[in-house]
Design a protein around this ligand. Structure first.
Ligand SMILES: C[S@@+](CC[C@H](N)C(=O)[O-])C[C@H]1O[C@@H](n2cnc3c(N)ncnc32)[C@H](O)[C@@H]1O
Length: 512
């Protein structure tokens, strides 16, 4: 690290951070006192009289009697003392007594399963906090800590930003150098998996405090990599795509593994052989015409790094093609290619095709479990028109169009969770009396408590005690779709529009 004014960069970052921290704390104490003072003197809210204070019945219509109440409004001055008082008339409307809605759980709407794995190990809040019949202690044991007792202090975000700004504008330190000291409590620049403070500051409003010197219109540098840095740009774009070969969705919610850059490939064709493949010059000044150059062409570090990135991805291209990607003459590309692979004909060349000799040339896919038709119905998302409305058991799902035996009614979507989270959420679901979890496979369950579609309201019907036959008109079936387990709710009989969709939850559901 380069010394600046005799002080190492990290010492400078530490001292500016400490300076801003002290200023912020000083401001916060005064600001908090300023806010609290009026509260300790008097209430700021208008005083609303009770109905017994009603002063006037206005209007003489038989059908509509309007109750008018006089309300006293007090205004307070900055120091909290009453400044003025006035009286206004408010009309009181007597609302009809409303029927309470059936208890139900709301959720975020999703059209595809979302991988959750496990809930945060920190308990975010105490469910049923005022309900003595819920076993809070037992539920708390599902977590390792309590979120509200952790040290995270959002004030440190504005303090870090201010310190970074001062270090950059007053002390002339590049933001990259400030970030690499690791002294500030937050990273300024984003990494592929975690947004940095600069990005966060653009996404939401941070606290405005008196000591800030950051102009309102100031923009911190973007976390987007420089257009000259090909590798970082590719890494960023690559991370958007799902690593599952069956999945074509960018920003896929199901396969949340990070998509790393492919490992660098080694050349499989000798350079002399590659050069022999070029039959005619690609342009005036092609290496075929002017031969090898001895003096290094004037390339920046970014130019060389871009060629290295391209060679890592596709080393078996002729220099004329690489030249098009690098926007450089091919004889210059050839110079740096030789520099990057010093003795190309002596390289230990890998021949991947020989390595897999004896293995089958293509993978064989066999879906032993399911019919093509059922899977493709889920894949194509052809669902029935549905309506969620009051049913015998809270809310239920009703068909708005007829359905035939075998039709896919809807896909059951939700969060994909592991067993531990199934248990902790199960306690809450059991207590509220509404559960939305389906077992999907040995590892995962599908919970639509917090995210789902109308399928989460499908109710249960068991077997008739008279006939011993199931009364359900649909079945929930796990299907393997493109290597992924998904749940479809399928009709097991023909149904008219208006029919409630009913499945059999299974004998274990109501005994859990
Ligand atoms: C997947 S939710 C179905 C939607 C639910 N009716 C609602 O209003 O949210 C499952 C919950 O519905 C209720 N439920 C569904 N069918 C039922 C039945 N046949 N008997 C009793 N409760 C039922 C239970 O509370 C169950 O935990």
């Amino acid at each position: 690290m380069e010394p600046i004014d005799g002080i190492m960069i990290d010492k400078r970052v530490e001292s500016v951070f400490a300076e801003v921290l002290a200023e912020f704390r000083d401001w916060k104490v005064k600001y908090s006192k300023h806010l609290l003072r009026p509260l300790s003197i008097g209430k700021r809210v208008p005083s609303i009289p009770t109905s017994s204070d009603s002063s006037n019945i206005d209007g003489d219509s038989d059908t509509e009697q309007r109750l008018v109440q006089q309300v006293t409004v007090t205004s307070y001055s900055e120091d909290g003392t009453p400044a003025s008082t006035s009286t206004i008339s408010l009309q009181v409307i007597r609302a009809e007594v409303l029927e309470p809605h059936e208890p139900y759980e709301s959720c975020a709407p999703i059209s595809r399963n979302v991988f959750k794995g496990d809930d945060d190990d920190r308990m975010a809040f105490i469910p049923f906090a005022d309900d003595a019949t819920f076993d809070h202690v037992d539920h708390t044991l599902c977590y390792s800590s309590l979120a509200w007792q952790e040290d995270y202090d959002p004030d440190l975000e504005v303090i870090s930003l201010e310190a970074a700004y001062r270090l950059h504008t007053v002390h002339h330190l590049p933001y990259e150098d400030i970030d690499s000291t690791g002294v500030l409590p937050f990273k300024l620049f984003s990494s592929p998996r975690k947004p940095g403070l600069f990005t966060l500051s653009r996404r939401r409003d941070l606290l405005i405090w008196k000591g800030t010197t950051i102009p309102h219109s100031y923009e911190f540098p973007s976390s987007f990599p420089s257009p000259n840095n090909l590798r970082r740009r590719l890494e960023r774009i690559n991370a958007l795509f799902c690593p599952s070969l069956n999945c074509i969705e960018p920003l896929c919610t199901v396969h949340v593994e990070f998509n790393p850059m492919p490992p660098p490939r080694k050349p499989t064709i000798r350079l002399s052989e590659l050069l022999n493949r070029v039959e005619r010059p690609c342009e005036a000044g092609c290496f075929l015409q002017i031969g090898a150059v001895d003096l290094p062409p004037q390339w920046s570090e970014d130019d060389i790094s871009s060629l290295k990135t391209i060679l890592d991805i596709e080393p078996d291209m002729v220099p004329c093609d690489h030249a098009e990607l690098c926007l450089k003459p091919c004889h210059e590309v050839l110079y740096y290619r030789k520099l990057l692979y010093p003795d190309p004909d002596e390289l230990q060349i890998e021949y991947p095709n020989e390595e897999i000799k004896g293995k089958p040339s293509s993978l064989e896919f066999r879906d032993l479990e399911t019919s093509f038709c059922a899977n493709s119905q889920i894949q194509q998302g052809h669902f029935k028109e549905l309506e969620v409305k009051k049913s015998k058991w809270g809310l239920g799902v009703f068909l708005l169009e007829p359905a035939k035996l075998g039709d896919l009614i809807v896909e059951y979507v939700g969060e994909l969770i592991y067993e531990e989270t199934f248990d902790s959420r199960g306690e809450v679901a059991g207590h509220r009396g509404r559960s939305y979890v389906f077992g999907l496979n040995e590892a995962l369950s599908l919970d639509s408590s917090y995210m789902g579609n109308p399928s989460r309201f499908v109710d249960h019907v068991g077997t008739s005690s008279a006939s011993g036959e199931t009364q359900c008109n649909c079945r929930a079936l796990v299907r393997l779709v493109n290597g992924e387990h998904r749940i479809g709710i399928f009709a097991v009989k023909n149904m008219e529009a208006g029919t409630e969709v009913l499945i059999d939850y299974g004998s274990a559901f109501f005994t859990r």
